[in-house]
Write a new protein. Structure first.
Length: 581
């Protein structure tokens, strides 16, 4: 057995030489199965996907979406969409709408269960009053820096705030005045009274509310105090009667605080279910960063064209590049649910995309770096319409007609004037077969007199080698693709590579310095066969011998723009197939 990259995904060779995936166990499903067996929560399963609307979702969120919605569906339950919108200075309605679009695009629906933490601001305030009256929360006048200093370290206990023992009456008065807007930002907080000597720093009197005089995208200027995530999240789960609150591993140290809040706040009027937090390993992908803060930096500093730049790991970027939701869901299922963090090789994600597109994408011929070819013995003005398969992997997709004429374009790299020994494509005096057409022979080369660059080839064709003709079976070493010059559609093609050079840029001190300067190459004079006419944004194709491509929204009536989704070369399959240990 061997791991693919560092992913929790294993493979082994089958007797036939293929590769069989050993799907990892889903320990969260095991927990839910046991809870159902024991009759917990009245046999109910309720999950939620709780994004913060402070940026666009990325492929790591896709894993969480698939997990939360998938577990609910698999166990006859429901999954809510809930925006944890507790920080008005970083949130925006643009992010809310983009998140909804991404979840729907991945194939999931929350029906009428779209909620916001801001829906519960009144209840959360009441819960804070509860804690104050119970002597379990107090208003603290320490500054943020002083709170940090009083907190202690991993090896030293913290010091109690000098305001920790205020009376209940004074705390109630100060907290109500905080809400009324009497105090400036940062001057006071509401803190839980737990244990300043706790080995878990999150339990050393954590802040529950802070003062922020900023309008909220949903509540406007109603509030100038806002709950902290660690306070709002468990209580929002409780108000929605979530049974299994599934979080990533960075929240494992926060679980004691989650449980403390659930145990110390009375929400029995809502229902009997007390949510249980379960942590799983977040998805880390090689050659990219998965931090919204870092992704926002790339956008704001102009290193990428926006959140939906096809080089970005955002769902919007992957969608624009041409990834399919089916491929992403398949990828998320196959990497499994782990208990420890790891890095998944991006080659496996690309492998899943190829697998999906192999059956669904029609084949067409596109010449990315054109070299003009004149067939001297082909009749002037004649056009033949040749039949070509749309997808040999899916015969139901039928065939199309491709025009053949006297002047063609081939790939510049398919010709060499002085080829090395193992170059079998076109060269002076050599023959190749044109896909779905004839065998041609290069007779003469035309060059630019100033630069010496080859500008045109003159060839002859063998009319007996057309498909269906007696000479169609004549063998040559190589078949190349081509496009009729008179019928070609000019297009721009954008070739994408990894955004970062290193395998794990997240670990670098300066991840910006690791940006790949060759992550985007624009080819502006590509030639595509005319069957592409009428293509619209989002249409996907396999360009023969080139890779999979998608029509970009930048396309116009005057010119199509294509993004390369993935190349045909499958590094992951090659790596998996090379080992059976």
């Amino acid at each position: 057995m061997a791991l693919i990259g560092d992913a929790n995904l294993q493979y082994r060779s089958t007797k036939g030489g293929g590769v069989k995936l050993d799907m990892p166990e889903n320990f969260i499903q095991d927990i839910i199965t046991e809870d159902l067996k024991e009759g917990k929560n009245g046999g109910k399963v309720q999950t939620r996907f709780p994004p913060e609307p402070n940026g666009y979702l990325h492929i790591g969120h896709a894993k969480s979406i698939c997990l939360n919605f998938g577990l609910a569906e698999a166990n006859g339950g429901l999954c809510n969409l809930r925006f944890d919108d507790t920080n008005p200075t970083k949130e925006d309605i643009e992010y809310v709408e983009s998140i909804k679009e991404d979840v729907r695009w991945l194939g999931f629906d929350w029906d009428d269960r779209c909620y916001y933490a801001s829906d519960y601001f009144d209840r959360l305030y009441e819960f804070a009053i509860q804690l104050i009256k119970a002597g379990k929360a107090y208003v603290c006048d320490l500054s943020p820096q002083e709170i940090k200093e009083y907190r202690g370290t991993l090896t030293e206990p913290g010091k109690e705030s000098p305001y920790r023992n205020r009376s209940v009456e004074e705390n109630l008065d100060l907290f109500r005045r905080m809400r009324a807007g009497e105090f400036p930002d940062g001057s006071r907080t509401l803190r839980a009274k737990i244990d300043m000597a706790s080995p878990n720093l999150n339990m050393r009197d954590p802040v529950l509310y802070r003062i922020v005089h900023a309008p909220h995208h949903r509540t406007g200027d109603k509030w100038c105090i806002y709950p902290m995530y660690d306070f709002a999240h468990p209580l929002s789960d409780a108000l929605e009667q979530i049974t299994h609150s599934i979080c990533t591993l960075e929240f494992a140290d926060h679980r004691p605080l989650y449980d403390w809040i659930i145990e110390n706040v009375d929400f029995s009027d809502v229902g009997p279910i007390k949510p249980k937090q379960i942590e799983f390993a977040r998805l880390n992908l090689s050659h990219t960063v998965m931090s919204k803060r870092k992704l926002r930096l790339l956008v704001e500093r102009g290193y990428v064209s926006g959140w939906d730049d096809p080089r970005m790991p955002t769902i919007a970027g992957l969608r624009r590049r041409g990834y399919t939701p089916e491929a992403i869901r398949n990828f998320c299922e196959r990497i499994g649910v782990a208990r420890r963090n790891s890095v998944v090789d991006i080659a496996f994600l690309e492998h899943c995309v190829r697998e999906d597109l192999n059956r669904r994408a029609p084949r067409i011929m596109a010449v990315l770096r054109p070299l003009r070819v004149v067939i001297d013995n082909y009749p002037e003005g004649q056009v033949e319409w040749l039949e070509a398969e749309n997808n040999p992997e899916n015969p139901d997709m039928g065939t199309r007609r491709v025009p053949f004429s006297k002047v063609l374009y081939i790939e510049r790299e398919d010709f060499m004037e002085d080829p090395p020994k193992k170059f079998f494509r076109l060269a002076p005096g050599r023959e190749v077969r044109l896909k779905n057409a004839y065998i041609i022979k290069c007779d003469r080369v035309v060059k630019d007199q100033r630069t010496g660059q080859v500008t045109e080839l003159h060839c002859t064709y063998d009319p007996e080698t057309k498909s269906g003709s007696p000479g169609a079976g004549r063998k040559v070493k190589v078949t190349i693709h081509w496009v009729s010059a008179a019928h070609a559609i000019e297009a721009e093609v954008r070739l994408y590579d990894h955004l970062f050079r290193s395998e794990n840029p997240d670990e670098l001190e300066d991840f910006i310095a690791d940006l790949n300067p060759n992550s985007l190459e624009r080819l502006t004079s590509c030639m595509v066969e005319p069957s592409i006419t009428g293509a619209s944004a989002g249409n996907r194709y396999q360009f023969l011998r080139q890779g999979y491509f998608c029509v970009d929204p930048d396309s116009s009536a005057g010119k199509l723009v294509f993004n390369r989704i993935v190349t045909l070369r499958d590094e992951w399959a090659k790596m998996a197939g090379s080992s059976d240990k």
